[in-house]
Write a protein that binds this ligand. Structure first.
Ligand SMILES: *Cc1c(COP(=O)(O)O)cnc(C)c1O
Length: 423
């Protein structure tokens, strides 16, 4: 049974089957030499030691082989992205042919909209949520402009007063506007509240009206279990530097459902890396797309970044994959709820849903006591070795991640938070 004691937190750590994984990561230090209490894996995951090793291995290959590195060594560059496919596909519940690591997240969203936003004069609206991450909002707006439309063709799914999105409101929107909607683009996990959206259910509703639906999985990949193929999602994109720990700006992921990726007639923006592998170096001008997600690649990819991703995926494999991580994540966040509710509910409201199916790693802590300056509190926590992130107007995002966070990290954080609130 839960107890708000250090002994209880230590017991949870001692009996945690994944506790050894923390040693696979480099943990930033405070000025006093102690480990930071790092809870921003939702923004930038920590460095897996294997990522560093694999990047150095690729620097060495470059040093040793020069251009021949495309073909030589244990991990030649020409097919390097293929070394990531199987594990990436498993992570998002896809077939191997449906997944490719390429470009960056926003670039991939644009590439997907080139293929999957096919408006007509009357059916041309794009449905997103009202608090979509700004980059997604900008991308959608600029796609509308590109087609000669404007922002009035965005349809917004509004959260309710508790900041959360309700599927009933989504159903009502579709019921009313389905004739006008060409594309739906939604997050898997909402970045501000940490709410996990019911991807399968949303997709079913979209399919009832024959509307294309894609997901931004920036906060979902590496956080929650996904079955994109079985759920019949049309496309999805995610970055690899949040819960996938592959370094700032590292290469992103893209999923295109089998029923679409085999269709070489689909409209797309093309580049030589998406061209048929057997004839790529014939250098003729007749583009033949690879009949898999790889057919959307543009350029030969940045190998150092892919090497970091390979190290990160190997580390997730050591954990036993996403289902084992998710199990620990649920326990971590339940523990955090218990501790915060018991000790701090007068000053802080957790806006993230309590239902474990509707939350991932991240808890969003809203400072509700008007006598407290939230930003000053955040700064004070940082000075005491707690790394969170701040979202205006009054939310601290706090993400204990199962790969490297401990139950006792949460315990210490809450003690420090209590001290700060009392002073
Ligand atoms: C982190 C994040 C991004 C960032 O986009 P980049 O293209 O990787 O810079 C975009 N959308 C969402 C929802 C995010 O959470």
């Amino acid at each position: 049974m839960f107890e708000p004691t250090k002994a209880y937190a230590d017991m949870l750590d001692e009996t945690d089957p994944l506790r050894h994984l923390r040693d696979q990561f480099s943990i930033p230090k405070q000025a006093n030499g102690e480990d930071e209490l790092y809870f921003t894996g939702n923004s930038l995951g920590l460095q897996p030691k294997k990522a560093r090793e694999n990047v150095i291995e690729m620097l060495d290959a470059w040093q040793k082989y020069g251009v021949k590195g495309h073909f030589e060594g244990e991990y030649p560059w020409l097919p390097y992205h293929e070394f990531l496919t199987q594990q990436s596909a498993k992570l998002v519940g896809a077939r191997d042919e449906e997944v490719v690591m390429m470009n960056s997240l926003t670039a991939n969203l644009h590439l997907m909209m080139v293929s999957f936003y096919q408006p007509t004069k009357t059916k041309r609206k794009i449905l997103i949520e009202d608090h979509a991450f700004p980059s997604d909002h900008y991308a959608v707006c600029s796609q509308l402009t590109h087609h000669g439309f404007d922002e009035s063709d965005i349809l917004l799914w509004q959260p309710r007063a508790d900041e959360l999105l309700y599927i009933e409101d989504f159903e009502a929107l579709l019921n009313q506007h389905h004739q006008d909607i060409s594309l739906i683009l939604l997050p898997g996990v909402q970045y501000y509240t940490g709410q996990v959206l019911p991807i399968e259910k949303l997709t079913q509703v979209a399919k009832q009206y024959d509307i294309t639906i894609g997901f931004d999985l920036a906060h979902a990949a590496g956080n929650i279990e996904l079955s994109l193929h079985d759920w019949d999602v049309d496309f999805a994109c995610w970055c690899s530097y949040k819960y996938l720990n592959s370094g700032a700006g590292s290469v992103a992921g893209c999923f295109i459902h089998q029923k679409h990726c085999q269709n070489t007639e689909l409209n797309r923006f093309a580049g030589w890396w998406g061209h048929d592998k057997a004839s790529r170096f014939k250098m003729d001008n007749n583009f033949i797309p690879i009949p898999t997600a790889e057919g959307w690649q543009l350029s030969n990819p940045p190998i150092l970044s892919l090497a970091a991703i390979r190290g990160s995926l190997e580390t997730i494999d050591l954990a036993g994959g996403i289902s084992a991580l998710r199990k620990k994540s649920e326990a971590l966040s339940q523990y955090a709820f218990n501790l915060l509710d018991g000790e701090l509910s007068d000053d802080i409201d957790i806006i993230t849903p309590r239902d474990k199916n509707a939350r991932g790693c991240q808890l969003s802590l809203m400072v509700t006591n008007n006598n407290i300056d939230g930003k000053a509190l955040f700064n004070e926590l940082e000075a005491r070795g707690v790394t969170l992130d701040w979202r205006e107007p009054n939310v601290m995002r706090f993400a204990p991640v199962p790969l490297y966070n401990r139950f006792s990290d949460i315990y210490h954080f809450v003690q420090i938070l209590k001290t700060c609130l009392r002073s």
